[in-house]
Design a protein. Structure first.
Length: 255
């Protein structure tokens, strides 16, 4: 049976159109699947970021870093103030050997406790003046005011520091002449205030570390959730890679 040429050409054209249509549907499905996988990866990343931000471990560690940064800043300021001190101006204090009523003695007792780790009950003005203020023009005292580590002072020492700050007005007012003396006392109290702030920051860090231990179970749950999301992201990436590889191979075969 002879098939008319026109019919054969029409049939070939129809089959070609059908194949092209099927191919376009397949491409449409592939592109749609790729789009879905990319959306899944993006959503997974957003969820992972949110879980990380909500994770108590992340939050607490961030607060710890903030407190550490605060300590660094306070330390730099403290050193700058101390380096500018002229300790010999403290020798202008008008205190007799028997004058025990001047509140400035509380300041020097604090220095013995915090800076020299000595029993403040052993404080003696004449000896303190000779060994601390006069010796080498008070250079060791100045260095301790600026550079002595105060991160690990005890709660009791912190309370004593806080109390000393309440005496600032009385100490400065009673020892306000000459002006150079008043200036150095005010600066020393600036340092003492920084010492107290540093103590508070260090105390806050210790509390935050305790919080980390207390929330260990909750933190573990967040870690498991983040790990689960990571696995989902990796699976979506793997499927997308396989799909792209398949599409590439099909293009090569068609060529």
């Amino acid at each position: 049976m002879n098939v008319p040429i026109e019919y054969s050409e029409q049939r070939a054209k129809t089959e070609a159109n059908s194949q092209a249509f099927s191919q376009s549907l397949e491409n449409l499905d592939t592109n749609s699947l790729k789009e879905d996988l990319n959306k899944s990866i993006e959503l997974g990343r957003k969820k992972r970021k949110q879980l990380t931000l909500e994770n108590p471990e992340f939050q607490i560690k961030q607060e710890i870093e903030d407190e550490k940064q605060n300590i660094k800043v306070q330390t730099l300021i403290r050193r700058g103030v101390a380096d500018s001190l002229k300790i010999t101006d403290l020798l202008k204090l008008k205190i007799s050997a028997k004058d025990n009523n001047n509140p400035v003695h509380s300041l020097f007792r604090w220095c013995m406790l915090i800076l020299y780790k000595e029993n403040p009950e052993m404080y003696n003005w004449s000896e303190f003046k000779k060994q601390v203020l006069e010796k080498n023009s008070g250079s060791d005292f100045r260095n301790r005011l600026g550079y002595q580590s105060v991160i690990n002072i005890t709660s009791l020492e912190g309370e004593k520091t806080k109390y000393l700050l309440t005496l600032k007005k009385a100490i400065v007012e009673q020892n306000s002449r000459p002006e150079e003396l008043k200036h150095v006392l005010v600066k020393i109290f600036d340092i003492i205030e920084i010492v107290y702030k540093t103590h508070e920051h260090a105390k806050r860090i210790n509390h935050l570390v305790d919080d980390l231990l207390m929330q260990e179970q909750k933190i573990k749950q967040y870690r498991d959730e983040i790990e689960k999301v990571n696995q989902e992201i990796q699976l979506a990436k793997s499927n997308l890679k396989n799909l792209e590889s398949k599409s590439l191979n099909e293009e090569i075969i068609q060529e």
